[in-house]
Design a binder for this molecule. Structure first.
Ligand code: ASP
Length: 311
């Protein structure tokens, strides 16, 4: 029997504050979200796996300069781009992650290759690049990742000790990490997340996004989760796994568990951001404690939503 299926995506909890959002910008964001949502959902409809769907949606978001992942990745303190990504299969608990990689057009594809073509789960830096080379990945040059707005964003804080997260409501906040979660027709879950991290980041900083159980997690017993927000706080809160634990050990629904973590536990430790989550029945939760979160969702019941601020 075909069971309900659904997909949710996000483009980060770092939306422009409402006053700075123009009609043109909003239209561009929504168009990019729609494309990623509809193409990923089309795969689910054809019977493809949740893993295929989340990879597809995230790759499309990585190809857009609007979000802080792949092409739109922010500048590091050295004027380079370092990207992190993770993918997880809820049926097998297999996972793949990469961090501190550069030049790769679709980090999520490399994360999937780590999951499926290596004996490991997490490859970082030059080792991850060596692995990519062994699989004949081609490297994009710096101009592919150049974005004038990103560059100016970096110029403002270059040479200082500060770094900038994409979801500060106080600043004119920028773009965001991207992610997707899916429940497929076969009752399997998957999650994928990809990011350029923080502007002006140094010292090989890695955030929550590629960390299994923190920024990304999937388990058929409970849910699939992809996070966006102040990475250091998400790491302290082990956010994605916490949502899963509340469902598994306390019997909470996906929406109650996700809301408890984002609107209570994360806030209590000073973190801001949001997440998308889906359970095995295709129920979706998209809580955030910031002004907005670029997001979209589609279900086999015919629901299709794209939102930036509150619903
Ligand atoms: N969570 C990401 C990080 O800390 C940033 C984001 O979601 O925008 O690297």
């Amino acid at each position: 029997m075909i069971q309900p299926f659904s997909l949710a995506i996000h483009g980060g909890a770092g939306t422009l504050v409402k006053g700075q959002m123009t009609f043109e910008k909003e239209t561009a964001y929504k168009k990019a979200l729609e494309l990623a949502l509809d193409e990923g959902f089309a795969l689910l409809k054809e019977g493809a796996s949740a893993v295929d769907a989340v990879e597809k949606s995230v790759a499309l978001l990585e190809n857009s300069p609007l979000f802080n992942a792949g092409k739109g990745s922010v500048f590091t303190a050295h004027g380079t781009h370092e990207m992190d990504a993770a993918i997880m299969n809820g049926k097998t608990l297999d996972a793949g992650a990469v961090s501190l990689i550069h030049g790769i057009k679709n980090p999520i594809a490399l994360a999937r290759d780590v999951m499926e073509k290596s004996d490991h789960i997490f490859l970082a830096g030059e080792g991850a690049m060596e692995f990519a080379k062994s699989l004949k990945y081609s490297l994009e040059d710096a101009s592919y990742f150049y974005d004038e707005f990103r560059y100016q964003q970096w110029q403002e804080i270059k040479g200082t000790d500060s770094f900038q997260l994409d979801h500060s409501v106080k600043k004119e906040s920028k773009f965001g990490t991207v992610g997707a979660v899916a429940c497929d027709q076969h009752g399997n879950l998957a999650a994928a997340t990809s990011t350029g991290g923080m502007t002006n980041k140094r010292f090989g900083r890695v955030g929550d996004s590629p960390m299994i159980g923190v920024g990304n997690y999937a388990n058929n017993k409970t849910c699939a989760v992809s996070c966006t927000g102040s990475g250091e706080f998400f790491i302290k809160g082990v956010v994605a796994y916490d949502v899963s634990c509340l469902m598994e050990y306390k019997g909470l629904s996906v929406s109650d568990a996700a809301s408890e973590v984002i609107n209570k536990r994360l806030l209590e430790i000073g973190g801001d951001g949001g997440l998308i989550a889906v359970d095995i029945h295709g129920n979706i939760a998209t809580p955030f404690n910031t002004e907005g979160m670029y997001r979209g969702s589609r279900t086999s019941y015919g629901e299709r939503k794209i939102f930036i601020y509150g619903e």
